[in-house]
Structures are given as structure tokens and as C-alpha cells.
Design a binder for this molecule. Structure first.
Ligand code: SAM
Length: 380
């Protein structure tokens, strides 16, 4: 029996998305704290079950006073506990190809980046690695991510997914970018249960400025297809893209709520060598944490991973994120010989299982009961 809320159950728990959440007791606890009247008003609205307005979400993203921030994080943590519990599910991510046909201006593996050794793992290599991950760690959920690599045709992806689902009895999240509806359908039929396609930003001008090959309207359509086809739908944003505003992020969070997105990855922008944005400054850790907290409060029963980008900027922030709304960690299992070439941004951290378990302990959360404990939770 899993000791955590399984992804498949997320969309079924409508009551968590809509009904008021009883904050009595919690609100009383705050009465001696000197929080601002705006914060108190927002909390009162939350306790009544009101749908937070755009202005209120914006407000949550701008709180500065220590007391207000503490309350923001505590409220998000309270929602996290009530909706998805204390156990932190772990996913194993394999970045199986860094070939990419797109030229997203933030991404260090985009097609225009020179001096990068391109790689593609072989199907049997991926299967062998997945098998070892399951046997040695107990993790059964695999995230298969790549650049937008059309070498991996519909047929190849279908075969890969079928082998992992049928032979290894593992669950598959795909994160391979924009494909046709027919392809998404085929992957779903093959057994993929989750798809991660981040919207990155819902501001049309900003989206266009960083995605020369893509249109926001199309990305929105792809995401709708994923929901229609029955995927556990994953999205997310990058915090700190040059030109992004607080209002943009508030709108992104409204979008996650309105589209009933189930998994929301919120990570800071980190510049990547060889890209158009290589000299821009990284996104703010503080704003990323506030966005995670606001997303938890607004979207409630969702999975929010601690992104590798946030851990890259600060190992402490990984723990902070778990305390202010995040509840999932992705463990990097890309083999060492390839990992250095999946540098989507500079200095990308390696989140190994040891680091994840340490963060779970330090944030006072629980590891899932499927984890196999060894003397050495070493990488397969
Ligand atoms: N190609 C697939 C796609 O577009 O969905 C998956 C691979 S893509 C490299 C995975 C994620 O990396 C993107 O959704 C984006 O949010 C993140 N990413 C890429 N470059 C980044 C950067 N410089 N800073 C922060 N996140 C970045």
C-alpha cells in the first residue's frame, strides 16, 4: 500500500480544489503575530473558500515583511499537509537525448548552442538503467526527458514506453516537448500516465521573445490535449525570465488553477553558456519560493516538485521549498558520461538520492515506504 497520495488520485479529489479549508485554529494561532491587515484579509478569504482574485495572488507574490512571509509559507505548508500529506514521493529522471530542434533562448541545449557534444541513449540502455533504478532504489516512477529530438519518432517512443510499463511495471512521465495530438494519444495508449510540458510563461510577448519557434496559443492547445487524453498534466514556469513581471507570475498561477494542472514545476531562470540570455542574471530564490507557496495556496491538491534549478542555486532553498508548499523531488539518474552534456543551464546540480533523503529529513518530511534503504543509496 502506498503511504502517499498517488498522482492518479490527484484529479479525483475535487473537494480539495473547491471547498473552504477550515483555517480556524490556524488563524487563531496567528492572532498574536503582527501580520499585515492585507495578509489577514487574504487568509480570511482562503478560510471562507473564496477563489483568490488576481490582485490577491499578486499580493502574495510581493509580501516582504518577515512576519507576512512566514505566514505565507506556513499557510502553504498547511495546505500541503492537508492535501498531499507529509510523504515526499520521488521520481527518477533520465535525460535520454540532448538533441533539440528548437532554439529557446534560455536553454543550454537549444539547437544553436555550439561546443556541445550531442548524445542519444539507446533504447536498451534506457531500459537497463530503468530496471536497475527500480531494483536498487524501489522508485517506480520514471521521468523520460529530452530535447525536442525527432529521431525519437512516435514508434520509437511508443516501444520505449510499452517496454517500461509492461515489462518493468514502472510508471512513465514523458517530457519530450511539443508533438502532435495523435502522438500524445499514442504515448498515452502505450501506457504513459503523465506528461510534463511547461508553459514557461503565459505572457504572450514574453513567450514569443524566448521561444522563436513557438506560439503561446499552440502551447496552450498542446496542454489542453494532454488533459483531454487523460494524462496527469504537468506544467510550470521559469521565474526571472528577462522582462517578466510579478503580474505575469500571478497570471501563470491563475492559469494553473483554471486549467486544473496537476503538477506544477516552478524554478528560477539560470543563464546558460552559449545562449542569447547567457549574460542575464539568475531568477530570484525568494520570488521562486513565494511563487511555490502561492501556487500551493491557489491550486491546493497538486504536486509541486522542487526543481533542480532551485537546488542548483541553493541547497538550502531545496529544503525551504519543501517547507513552503513543494512536495516532490526528482532524482537525476542520467549516466555520468551524458549528464555533463545535458547542461540546460550553467552548473546544473546533480540531485542524487542521498541529497533528496537528506532534504526530506531536514524539512521534517517522510520518505516514501517503497524506498529500499541500503548502506549506500548509490546511483545505479
Ligand atoms: N524539450 C522538452 C520541453 O521543452 O518540454 C523538455 C526539456 S526542457 C530542457 C526542460 C525544462 O528545462 C524546460 O521546461 C525549462 O523550464 C527548463 N529550462 C531550460 N533552460 C533553463 C534555464 N536556463 N533556466 C531554468 N530552466 C530552464
Amino acid at each position: 500500500m502506498p503511504d502517499y497520495i498517488d498522482d492518479e488520485l490527484l484529479p479525483l479529489a475535487e473537494q480539495f480544489k473547491r471547498s473552504p479549508l477550515d483555517l480556524s485554529g490556524f488563524l487563531e494561532e496567528l492572532s498574536d503575530k503582527k501580520i499585515s491587515s492585507e495578509m489577514y484579509e487574504v487568509l480570511t478569504q482562503i478560510s471562507r473558500g473564496d477563489k483568490l482574485s488576481f490582485e490577491n495572488i499578486e499580493y502574495l507574490l510581493t509580501v516582504e515583511a518577515d512576519k507576512d512571509k512566514e505566514v505565507l509559507y506556513k499557510t502553504a505548508d498547511y495546505f500541503r499537509r492537508k492535501t498531499v500529506g507529509d510523504v515526499i514521493p520521488l521520481r527518477a529522471i533520465i535525460e535520454f537525448s540532448n538533441y533539440c530542434r528548437k532554439s529557446c533562448s534560455y536553454c543550454g541545449i537549444n539547437s544553436t548552442v555550439k561546443n556541445l557534444t550531442r548524445y542519444r541513449m539507446k533504447e536498451d540502455e534506457i531500459i537497463g538503467l530503468a530496471k536497475r533504478i527500480k531494483e536498487e532504489t524501489g522508485i517506480e516512477r520514471l521521468v523520460l526527458q529530452s530535447g525536442e529530438d525527432l529521431f525519437w519518432t512516435k514508434e520509437r517512443i511508443v516501444r520505449l514506453v510499452e517496454r517500461i510499463v509492461d515489462q518493468l511495471k514502472m510508471k512513465v512521465t514523458l517530457s519530450i516537448g511539443e508533438r502532435t495530438r495523435e502522438e500524445y494519444d499514442a504515448y498515452r495508449q502505450a501506457g504513459a500516465s503523465n506528461y510534463l510540458l511547461k508553459i514557461e510563461t503565459t505572457n504572450p510577448e514574453l513567450f514569443k521573445s524566448v521561444h522563436p519557434d513557438d506560439l503561446l496559443t499552440e502551447r496552450l492547445q498542446y496542454s489542453k490535449w494532454l488533459s483531454e487524453l487523460g494524462y496527469i498534466n504537468g506544467s510550470g514556469i521559469i521565474i526571472g525570465l528577462p522582462g517578466q513581471t510579478i503580474s505575469d507570475i500571478a497570471r501563470d498561477i491563475q492559469y494553473f488553477r483554471d486549467l486544473e494542472i496537476s503538477m506544477i514545476g516552478i524554478g528560477p531562470f539560470i543563464p546558460a553558456r552559449g545562449t542569447l540570455l547567457e549574460d542575464c542574471k539568475p531568477g530570484s530564490i525568494d520570488l521562486t519560493l513565494k511563487a511555490i507557496a502561492a501556487a500551493r495556496i491557489v491550486c491546493r491538491r497538486v504536486f509541486i516538485p522542487v526543481t533542480t534549478a532551485l537546488t542548483t542555486l541553493s541547497k538550502g532553498a531545496q529544503i525551504e521549498a519543501l517547507k513552503c508548499g513543494a512536495n516532490v523531488i526528482m532524482i537525476g539518474y542520467t549516466p555520468i558520461e551524458y549528464r555533463k552534456n545535458y547542461n540546460i543551464y550553467n552548473g546544473k546540480a546533480r540531485v542524487g538520492i542521498d541529497l533528496a533523503l537528506e532534504a526530506i529529513e531536514k524539512s521534517n518530511r517522510k520518505p516514501p515506504n517503497y524506498i529500499k534503504w541500503g548502506d549506500d543509496n548509490a546511483q545505479p
